[in-house]
Every structure is written in C-alpha cells, then in structure tokens.
Design a protein around this ligand. Structure first.
Ligand code: NAG
Ligand code: NAG
Length: 630
C-alpha cells in the first residue's frame, strides 16, 4: 500500500523529521472494467491501477477472463500457459493475499496473460497495489510489462463464478474490456508533467531507477518540450524539523535554513559520508538550474544538468560537491550567478522562496494525492501508475494529449507495444496475403479490420475480416477461387458484388473452391433430342442433328437454310418498307410546303395587316414568329 508511507526516513529520525503534508490524501487511479459477455452480467465496474507493470494509458484491452483451477492466488509459478478458446487475449483473475501483488502479475505474465485482475479478499474501498520495496528476489518487478488492476470483492466473486462455469460446461466465455482511456486526462494539445525526485544517488534500487529513467527519457522530454508539446517541471520533496529539535545534531546535519528544509542522511549514518544537508543543497541547486534555464527559454537544460551531474559528480567517487556542480552549470552555458542568487544563503535563519513553494506543492489537490514516495511522476495532474521506464512513461504522456493532437513521437514504432508479434495479437490474419487486423500502437494493440491499398476490410477483427467493395478482387482475388488453363481464366470474385465469392457460370462450389460443371451429364443444356453434348472446362459444346443450328440462349436447334416461303416473305417485307418510305416522303414534302406558306403569311401580316386578320391578334402573332425563329 502506498498510503502514508514516508520513505527515506532513517531509523530514529521518524520522530524528529516530519513530513510536511498535513493530511494524508490517498487517490486511487481507476480504470474501468466493462463486462461484455455473457449478456446477463454486462456492466461497468471500477478497478484500481496497480503501481507496477505498464498500464495501457489511453488504450483498451478486450480479453477473456480465466480463473485458474489451482493456485488461484498466483503466488507460484503456473506450469502451463493459459489460452482462451476464442484466441482473444487472456485476462487472468487471481485472488488477493499470500504474496506481493507484483509477484502475482509476474507469474500471470509468464503464464501468457495480457493483463491481470486481482480480486480483493475483503469488502473495502479500492486501493492502489504498490510494488514491494526492492530487495533480493524482487528483480522481476522491472520485467513486468502487463497492466494490472484490483477489483472489489463482490465483482471479483461474480467474475470467478462465471469463469468457473465456462471451464466446466461449454458455455460462453467471460469477455471483459479494460479501459484506461479516461485514466489519464487529455484535455488539450499540451501535456504538463512533473517528476518528484531527489539528487541523492546512493539510495539503492529506487535511485537507480530514477537515474535510468532520466537517462532514457531525456531525449523524449527535450524533444517534446522544445516543440511546445509538453511542459515539464522537476520537484523535490523536503521535510522540516520541528522547533523543539532544531538544535539537535540530527537536525543540524540534515537541514538547512535552521531546520526549515531537511533531507535524510544518504547513508543513514551521521558520522560518515555525505549529510542530509548536502542533499538538500543539491536539490535546491537543481531546482534553481531549472528556473534559470526556464528563464532563458530552454527549460530542458535541466535534463542535461541532472545527467551530467550524476556522471561527473557521484557520491561514490566523493565528487558530490559544490565545485563539481558549478563546473557542470558553467559547462552547460547557464548563468552561475543567477543560480547562486536563486539559491540564497542556506545558513540564513529565513525562508527560501523556492523550497517553500516545493513544500506547498507536495500536498495533493484535486485528482492528485500527496507526494510521499520518490520517485513520483504526475502527468496532467494525475499520479502516474506503473514502472518508471522510458516507453511506459512515454505511453502515458502520449495518452495525455487530446486525441489527434499527439506529436509524431507518440505514433512512432519506438513505443509500439509489439503485441502483434505474438500470435498476431490474437487478431485475424489472412495467411495467403499477410493482411492482418492487428495494429500496434502506443495505446496498445487493436484488432481492427484494415484498409489495404484502398481496399476496405470489414468484420470483427478477431476471427473474421472480409474485403469489401471496389478493388477487392485485386488482393488475392478477394479470397475467392480462381483458376487458369491455357489462356482462359475464371474467377469467383466479381467487383460488381461488394462481398462474397460466387462461382462463375459453368462452375459449381462455394466460391472458395469451384469445380467445372458437367452440363451434359447434369442435363442442364443441350437437351434437344439427338443433340450431341460435349463438356469442356467451364463450358460445353452442343451439336444439333443434321443441318440444324444450335441457339445457345434458347437451348434449341433451328433449321439452317431458308425455304421458298421464307424468300417470299422477305421480298414482301422489303417491298412494304420501300412503299412506306416513299409515302412518308411525299407526305413530308407536302406538309413542309403548307407550313412554310403559313409562316410567310404570318410574317407579312405584321407589316401589312391582311383583311382577314383582326388587329387584336397582332402582338400574339409577333410573339409566335419570334419563338419560331429561335
Ligand atoms: C517557466 O517559464 C514559463 C514562462 O516562460 C512560466 O509560465 C513557468 O511558470 C516557468 N516555470 C517555472 C518552474 O518557473
Ligand atoms: C507472410 O509473412 C511470412 C513471415 O512474416 C513470410 O514468410 C511469408 O512469405 C509472407 N507471405 C506473403 C504472401 O507475403
């Protein structure tokens, strides 16, 4: 559990050094679990994201819930791999208790699970499953790369019951969708994030993890901030010494500004090595480096400083000093005078503006809990859950952009999950063309029927995708049958049909396999008496008796030569046509002439009213003749 843990307080000092946070606030970062099947238990449930592994920030995962028959706590190695009947990813459901949460997740991952849900054993509010303190035997924590979440007892119980039923009878699988899309706020096109860290480099695994993160993430951080995609702020936790203890040896060695800002002794030994005070001063310097760098318009220089300082001024080599630090500041072209100004006098009995601000920020507000663990990453004001590792964090940062405004780095192969490499991510794939529905993105893999060379596929993406519409036959003949013999090709795919395969005429089958139809044997054609039928590939030949001609469309034979009556009818028909033509011509000439006569009369009448015409008709007539001209 993360609540109330105050690390780094050396033994004996807990009573002396107090965490600034006045009230411990504990915020659980939730994801949503949606049960999709079976129908009668459909619905939404909460799940608390575990603080290890890689939560799929911004993504979703649909999988089949499996509850192991044996070793349901997941504390021991599973001997076999779990597999869902439907080829969907496996979401392993385990019982809480008996060992670390992280160990359960690790065992589940090795048993082939794509995610792990842990069912709480008591009725209580959801809590954040934390990773155990690093110690020998917990090295697996770094290797966990699946997401995990805690679900409450009641929901866990009903899932278990359903999953066990499936295992017994042949009933429907329990399908759930884990949805992290709202776990990370993504309001706009800039992500604000902060890292709560420490300049102490001798605190074991946690310090190594922080440093490895700074080293790995530096490139991304600088790129994102330079391009205006992100604003990063480093933070440092400090403690304070209560009034009554200010004069003690402990407080004087671990605090600056007369007990106002303290850090635990790095070695936990007041007599040896560096003192807590040295750590506070270096923390303050790193804060000031960021301020000064920010003022000069390149806040990302902080990443360079921290990395260079770690390399050049390590505690182990006894170089964790002011001189070494100032060399690094100068080497990076930062204004040393300004940095010193910002730091003020650590011996003064006065507040330091920079550190006081840090103590204020340490207290959580809104969706964010107090910062009590180092390192802590806060993205868009929400505490990041999961391991502090380059790609896992980049994924979370990327999920903080409003959809569609992600920078290129978020869409690069670099942070793809590569889930498609394993069993094609459980998605559909056409073996013949390698067309796959699996798409690897930083939001996790999705099974979605693709568009290939402009051809759209449609289907559920898991077991079935079909090419739809124009161009579909160009790709592996639309998955349909086709065959060529000599220079003849037949295909069961037609562009006029949007989907499906149909054997062409002359063949029979389901469209994926077509066989020549023997029209002769099946008596489908050439059925006239005494006809001779011969089957060919995709067709047939028919010969009629004697001199007769075979008419394919009608499947009949007709006589080949014309009779005398035939000739007579033909001549009569030709004569008829000629007669009608001549008559038509005469009629036409006559009509044209009388029409022109009347036209000329009407034009002339406009200028010389004829006796027979009435004056009132004139405007109308003029209008008529104009209309005729056009
Ligand atoms: C960095 O500079 C920007 C303006 O350029 C300012 O808004 C921001 O608060 C500064 N950050 C810090 C930590 O001083
Ligand atoms: C499909 O991919 C496999 C392995 O990636 C390869 O061996 C095979 O030749 C590919 N087939 C086609 C048709 O491209």
């Amino acid at each position: 559990m993360a609540a109330g843990r105050a690390p780094w307080l050396a033994a004996g000092l807990v009573a002396v050094l107090m965490v600034v946070a006045a009230r411990a606030r504990f915020v659980v970062e939730k994801s949503s679990v949606r049960v999709l099947a079976p129908e009668h238990i459909r619905g939404h449930h909460d799940a608390a994201i575990g603080n290890f592994g890689v939560p799929d920030y911004g993504g979703t995962l649909t999988g089949v819930v499996i509850y192991p028959d044996t070793k349901p706590t997941g504390c021991d190695d599973f001997d076999a791999k779990f597999k869902a009947k439907s080829r969907r990813p496996v979401i392993l459901l385990l019982d809480r208790g008996e060992c670390y949460f992280a160990l359960k997740a690790w065992n589940a991952q090795r048993a082939g699970a794509a995610a792990v849900l842990i069912a709480d054993s008591v009725d209580e509010q959801l809590l954040t499953m934390d990773s155990p303190e690093a110690s020998p035997g917990t090295e697996y924590i770094d290797k966990i790369n699946i997401p995990s979440a805690l679900v409450n007892r009641a929901f866990g119980e009903s899932l278990k019951k359903m999953a066990q039923k499936v295992a017994g009878a042949g009933s429907e699988e329990v399908v759930v969708k884990l949805d992290w899309r709202e776990s990370m706020p993504h309001p706009d096109e800039r992500v604000e994030y902060e890292l709560w860290t420490n300049s102490n480099d001798e605190c074991g695994a946690r310090c190594d993890e922080q440093m490895a993160f700074v080293r790995g993430f530096r490139g991304h951080a600088q790129l994102l901030e330079r391009a205006g995609y992100a604003r990063f702020t480093p933070h440092y936790i400090t403690w304070y010494c209560p009034e009554a203890f200010r004069a003690t040896q402990q407080c004087r060695s671990q605090c600056i500004n007369r007990g106002r800002y303290c850090a635990p002794d790095p070695e936990g030994d007041f007599g040896a090595g560096y003192e807590g005070k040295d750590v506070v001063v270096e923390n303050l310097r790193q804060l000031c480096v960021h301020r000064v760098a920010n003022e000069t318009g390149r806040p990302w220089a902080w990443w360079d400083y921290v990395m260079d300082y770690k390399i050049r001024c390590s505690m182990k080599e006894k170089k964790y000093t002011k001189t070494c630090a100032e060399d690094v500041v100068t080497a990076l072209g930062l204004d040393l005078k300004k940095v010193l100004e910002c730091m003020g006098d650590p011996e003064a009995d006065a507040d330091n503006a920079v550190l006081s601000k840090e103590q204020e920020d340490q207290i959580g507000s809104g969706s964010r809990g107090d910062v009590t663990i180092l390192p802590t990453l806060v993205i868009n004001n929400v505490q990041y859950r999961g391991k502090l590792e380059r790609t896992a964090v980049l994924k979370a940062v990327c999920a903080g952009f409003k959809e569609g405004t992600e920078p290129r780095v978020c869409l690069s192969h670099d942070i793809e999950t590569n889930e498609c490499l394993h069993r094609n991510g459980g998605c559909w794939r056409d073996e013949a063309t390698n067309v796959t529905a699996c798409q690897d993105t930083y939001r996790g893999r999705v099974c979605e029927c693709p568009v290939v060379n402009g051809v759209r596929y449609e289907g559920d993406g898991y077991t079935d995708c079909k090419a739809i519409g124009p161009g579909r036959c160009a790709l592996n003949n639309g998955g349909c049958w086709s065959a060529t013999r000599g220079h003849q090709t037949f295909s069961a795919c037609t562009e006029t049909a949007l989907t499906g395969c149909r054997c062409p005429p002359g063949f029979h089958g389901d469209g994926h396999k077509c066989e020549d139809l023997d029209e002769c044997r099946e008596k489908l054609a050439c059925t006239c008496p005494d006809c001779q039928c011969k089957n060919t590939w995709g067709n047939y030949e028919c010969k009629c008796k004697g001199n007769q001609l075979y008419i394919r469309g009608e499947d009949v034979c007709i006589a080949n030569s014309m009779s005398k009556l035939g000739w007579f009818i033909t001549i009569a028909a030709v004569a008829c046509v000629l007669g009608v033509g001549v008559a038509g011509y005469v009629f036409y000439k006559y009509r044209l002439r009388s029409y022109m006569d009347s036209e000329i009369m009407s034009i002339m009448s406009q200028y010389m009213p004829l006796d027979s015409q009435n004056n009132e008709n004139q405007p109308l007539r003029q209008h008529d003749s104009e209309a005729l001209r056009h």
